[in-house]
Structures are given as structure tokens and as C-alpha cells.
Design a protein. Structure first.
Length: 352
């Protein structure tokens, strides 16, 4: 369930207005700390001896950063290059720089998103660590060849210089009430977008028009994130979207930054939602929580549907599944269009 802060952030609730003076004070202190931290990072910024592309955003919550980072890595691989993704590793057991082992069975070792990225790369590596410059240096020492670094959620990580800064904005939610944390959803003021080379407005498939053109400088792109297929939890085979079971309702289970966006994507697939169990982003599921959702889906005759990131965390509850009740994972990626073409050309130009 969304907490009251999120309802204030996205202008969905006015019942907590009495708290806003206190939130405003918190926002002021946040801005002071942010300004000092950004100044320190920019002053001590270091550069890796390979091209660096950062993918990030301004707001709390998901805007498609990880799918876009993976798409850029895949395009680099198709171009004969070897990418290395650098990420903080939110929720991991250590802050030290290290390589992500895709065969790891416990997401808590590296974090759910790094493990997901490492499993998806056909060629390339993922390194986690609080200091991404140190992670990049370690990667260069340990790997035979790295042609490109990609920063997942790196817009605020200014201590590492980058050649391209891509900032994503949810085209439908925008910036909410336009306030900084904790009063609003902004991690930085909107003016910070001026330092981005590319601003991508992310649309769900049911609203996206691929023919829209670049509008301004920095490059303002329309990007569509949508379903590319589905699979069973723990299974590698991916099936077409048109083979999703439409004879039953889908009970959604998610612990991500933008659960409403997940709902929009599911509806764009032509599915009917039979309910949505919403947990906080990166939520560590317990067996009891998962068992409850399995039973609710079974009682209603629905099937469980979740996201790829949630699937990584749900693997720890694998003992609850049988072949008859395996959850379905909805896979999403960047949709072809003018925005994707622009990013591909920018990547090709950077890589030579």
C-alpha cells in the first residue's frame, strides 16, 4: 500500500497538509546537504579511461533506468563491444567493489538489479560498489577487455565523470508536487536536468507514439518501455506477449518504484487485473507474504504475475512453487522508435 508521503508527493491526497510545514523544513535541510555533497563530488570527480554513459533520473521510484541500461549494453554487444555496468548494489551485503556472479542464488549478495543485469548480459560484466570509480578500476584490472562503462542510476553520482548523461522522466507522473525529499519525490531540483545531455520522457506502451521527434536541447526524447515477452519464474524460455493466458485474471505482485506503471503495462497486454499486492521498492519477501499471495490467487482462480526484478527476490521462496502455480514474469524493454534510434546513433558515435 502506498504510504501517505507518496500520496502527498503525487498530489493524490490532501488530508495530510498539516504535516507539510515539517516536511518543508526537512526538504530545506535535504537541499543544504545535497548542495554540499554535489559540490564535493563534482570537485573531486575522477575519470575512467573508457567512455562512460550514465542513466538516471530525478525522482524517487522507477522510470525505466534498469531496462534502458540493459538495452544500451545489448546494443554495445551487438556492435562488437564489451560493456561493463557499474551500479551501487542497493540492498547488497557489502559496499566493497566486486564483480557480480550471475550464478549466485541469493540476491542479497549483490542486490536484485545487479544480479538481474548480470544474468541478462550475453557478453559483458556487472560490478557493484558504493564508489563506482573504484569499481571501474577493479573491473579494468580483472577483465581482459572493457570498451564501455554504463552507470545504472548514476545521475546523482557525480564523483565519476561521464561522456553522456541520460536523465529519464516519467512522462505521465512528471515531477509530482515538484518538491525535494521528504516533501516531494525529487532527489534534485528540476533545474538539474540542464546538465543532462539527453532527457528521455518515458511512456508506457498504451500511451507511446514512436513517431514523435526530438524537441529541444538537451536532446528531449520520447521513449517507450513496454513488454517484450514473458516466462515462468526460474525458467529461461521466453514466450511472446500474445501467448499470455487471457482466460484468467492476473494477480499482480510487485515491490518496485512505480507499481502503477506495472499495472498500465499489464493492461496494455490485454490482461485483466484480479488484484495487486504492492510492496515497497526492493522489498525482501518473506515466505508468509508470498504464501498468502499464492493462496489468494488459487482461491480466485487467477495466476500470479510479477516483474523481472521481483522475480530475482522471489527465488528465495522457491520451495513454495509447484509446476502448477509458478508465477509468470513479464519482461520489458525499450520499444523501437525515434528515441531509441537517437540513442543508438549516440552510442555508435561515442564508441566509434
Amino acid at each position: 500500500m502506498e504510504n501517505f508521503l507518496e500520496r502527498i508527493w503525487w498530489n493524490r491526497d490532501s488530508r495530510h497538509r498539516l504535516l507539510e510545514p515539517f516536511l518543508a523544513v526537512g526538504s530545506l535541510f535535504y537541499r543544504i546537504g545535497l548542495t554540499l555533497d554535489q559540490w564535493r563530488q563534482a570537485r573531486n570527480s575522477r575519470k575512467l579511461p573508457r567512455p562512460v554513459i550514465s542513466v538516471g533520473n530525478l525522482t524517487v521510484g522507477g522510470t525505466g533506468k534498469t531496462p534502458l541500461t540493459l538495452w544500451l549494453a545489448e546494443q554495445a554487444v551487438l556492435g562488437g563491444k564489451t560493456p561493463c555496468i557499474l551500479t551501487r548494489g542497493y540492498g547488497s551485503n557489502s559496499k566493497a567493489p566486486r564483480k557480480v556472479d550471475p550464478a549466485c542464488s541469493d540476491y542479497r549478495e549483490y542486490g536484485d538489479e545487479p544480479l538481474l543485469l548480470a544474468r541478462r548480459l550475453n557478453r559483458g560484466v556487472v560490478y557493484v560498489g558504493r564508489d563506482r570509480f573504484e569499481s571501474g578500476q577493479l573491473a579494468l584490472r580483472q577483465e581482459k577487455e572493457i570498451d564501455l562503462f554504463l552507470l545504472d542510476d548514476g545521475f546523482q553520482h557525480r564523483s565519476l565523470a561521464r561522456d553522456y548523461d541520460i536523465a529519464l522522466v516519467d512522462a505521465e507522473r512528471g515531477f509530482g508536487n515538484g518538491r525535494l525529499l521528504p516533501w516531494g519525490p525529487l532527489r534534485e531540483p528540476v533545474e538539474a536536468l540542464e546538465r543532462a545531455d539527453i532527457v528521455g520522457r518515458v511512456w508506457r506502451t498504451n500511451r507511446f507514439e514512436s513517431s514523435q521527434q526530438i524537441l529541444s536541447k538537451p536532446a528531449d526524447l520520447n521513449l517507450g518501455i513496454g513488454p517484450t515477452g514473458w516466462r515462468y519464474l526460474g525458467k529461461p524460455e521466453v514466450y511472446p506477449v500474445n501467448q499470455l493466458p487471457t482466460d484468467r485474471k492476473a494477480r499482480l505482485l510487485s515491490g518496485i518504484g512505480a507499481p502503477k506503471g506495472f499495472e498500465a503495462t499489464v493492461e496494455a497486454c490485454g490482461l485483466t487485473c484480479g488484484g495487486h499486492a504492492i510492496f515497497p521498492d526492493h522489498h525482501p519477501y518473506t515466505a508468509g507474504e508470498v504464501q498468502s499471495e499464492v493462496e489468494k490467487a488459487a482461491q480466485a482462480g487467477d495466476f500470479l504475475l510479477t516483474t523481472a526484478k521481483d522475480g530475482v527476490r522471489l527465488e528465495t521462496c522457491g520451495f513454495l512453487w509447484t509446476d502448477e502455480n509458478l508465477p509468470l514474469i513479464l519482461e520489458v524493454s525499450l520499444i523501437p522508435g525515434d528515441g531509441a534510434d537517437y540513442l543508438y546513433n549516440a552510442l555508435s558515435e561515442l564508441m566509434g
